[in-house]
Design a protein. Structure first.
Length: 94
């Protein structure tokens, strides 16, 4: 499968526009810590993960703010974005 970044970017733009049209310009995080499966195990559906890590939404957001302020965002920071997007999708599913 080949994934076009334009498709993802357009989807996010449309979703954010829809949220903003409903008055959602920011959101409160009611939970902070979350379970994380190590990257090398997450795409192996044939092996039950036995090792879990703990992540923190506040820390992920802080990293994004700091790196953005320094104009140092890189592909690795998508890991910080994705957990916040998942939380947002669960808080505002429709």
């Amino acid at each position: 499968m080949i994934v076009n970044l334009d498709v993802i970017e357009k989807a996010l733009t449309r979703i954010f526009s829809e949220l903003r049209s409903r008055g959602v310009d920011s959101f409160t995080v009611d939970a902070d810590f979350y379970w994380s499966i190590p990257s090398e195990k997450i795409y192996d559906p044939y092996t039950l993960p036995t090792e879990l890590n703990i992540g923190q939404l506040e820390e992920d957001y802080d990293v994004l703010v700091q790196m953005s302020n320094k104009d140092l965002l890189i592909g690795h920071n998508l890991k910080n974005v994705v957990v916040l997007l998942r939380y947002l999708s669960e808080k505002y599913p429709s």
